[in-house]
Ligand binder design. Sequence first.
Ligand SMILES: [Zn+2]
Length: 291
Amino acid sequence: MRPLSNFDGMKCYSLEAFQNLIDQLPKNHNTIPIAHNEGLSSLILSKDRHYMITFDDGLAEQANNCLEFLIEKRILNIYFIPTQPYSDGLTLPVHLAHYLLSKEDPEELISIIKEKLEIIIDQSLIESSNNRYKYGSVSEKLFKYIVNYYLEDKKSNTLINYMVSELYGDTFSNKYSQSLYMKPKALCELSSKTLIGYHSHSHKDYSRMTNMQVDKDIQQSKKVFQNLNLDSIYHAYPYGTIDSCPLRLDDLLRNNGIKYAFSTIRDYAIKGTDHLRIPRYDANDFIFRSN
Ligand SMILES: [Zn+2]
């Protein structure tokens, strides 16, 4: 989330388009007070339509550019934080992949992958990447699909780290994380002004992890928050598709104090909505709709 005048780096959503989008939403001035006084469930049950803006991935620019604006507009906003960068000081592989895509030609990235690994890129792989991602060119979707889904985690991380070190040097991941994510102090300040939630520790897809692995991942997140005197009852599943929030994890989430968990399934939350699978729309959906 950045002004158009500063589009360098990881691809982002323009602040101008975002502010425009917020101004187009039907006015409802009760959202923040209702959510703060009566909690999110009353907001879901409310017969009036309310809007809540959610930000995933804990990027510094999200809060820097949007928090004050949204508070001023009295729109509830919540920031979901992946916690691993606070433990290892590195950039998450998913964000290194985004960075690579913003700087390099996706076709070039695919040819590096073909050189490094024995991958056959056939029609079924292209189709899978198309089903998974809505936006981007064929090569861009393919690259994201291969690193986020097709390869097992370790292989994918090794590949991304190799590409990033080759292209930008060994210390890039550490340096980039310093500017990309909110600093611990900023995170604490943010939580005093609005809501924050978990977005897992390592930003891996929960559908590809055992219950024990997910439990460990959430515990790691909680520990990072605890060290900063923070806590939350909110969570957003990495990737958030229907597969990424399996029912088998419900008890585990509840036992870890999670009361509301957000997916990326496109829909409105209404009476009867599963509180551990709250649907959301992507801001890009609205941009494309209004064009
Ligand atoms: Zn995410």
